[in-house]
Design a protein around this ligand. Structure first.
Ligand SMILES: [Zn+2]
Length: 172
């Protein structure tokens, strides 16, 4: 240590610096803000951590932390570094949702195209039906015509047989 190498006098009762101080690196803890953020749980008398452990102040300086953010359907409360992770997770979730949405939109387009195709086919089927009905009407009409002609023929045959009988009768 630099202190050991130096010749500066240090009173023996002065505690060694750095041995028990909180981590100086990383983000400033809420309890060390210029206006310390008071622990939401401590303020409500329910913090399970002691003042040294908690990243929030266990004394009131004018500001109380917001209630922890509820993430997910489980409703797990998170704050501090956990909240940052949760926010990260939420962003990941949003990204995943966005991608899902995009995929859904693509599938929607495919479904729309299939719907249009079905409509087209339905239209073609209708046209077919119309033609078949027209054809069957024509066939029915021909059948009727044929029946008329058959009836006509039958009557003519009967008439002919009558004339034949009349002829035979005269020849006797
Ligand atoms: Zn606390």
């Amino acid at each position: 240590m630099a202190d050991l190498a130096s010749h500066h006098y240090r009173p023996p009762h002065q505690p060694l610096s750095g041995s028990r101080s909180p981590p100086s690196k990383g983000p400033k803890l809420p309890k060390n803000f210029s206006t310390p953020l008071t622990c939401y749980y401590w303020y409500n008398g329910t913090c399970s951590k002691d003042a040294a452990e908690c990243i929030y102040a266990h004394h009131y300086a004018g500001l109380v932390a917001e209630p922890p953010v509820k993430i997910g359907s489980a409703g797990v409360g998170v704050a501090g570094p956990d909240a940052a992770k949760a926010v990260g997770d939420a962003l990941e979730l949003r990204k995943a949702l966005h991608e899902k949405e995009q995929k859904l939109r693509e599938r929607e387009d495919v479904v729309k195209k299939r719907e249009e195709r079905v409509k087209e086919v339905a239209g073609e089927l209708k046209e077919w039906e119309r033609r078949i009905n027209k054809d069957s009407d024509r066939v029915r009409k021909r059948e009727d015509d044929f029946l008329d002609r058959e009836t006509d023929l039958f009557e003519r045959e009967r008439d002919l047989r009558g004339r034949e009988r009349e002829f035979e009768r005269r020849m006797r």
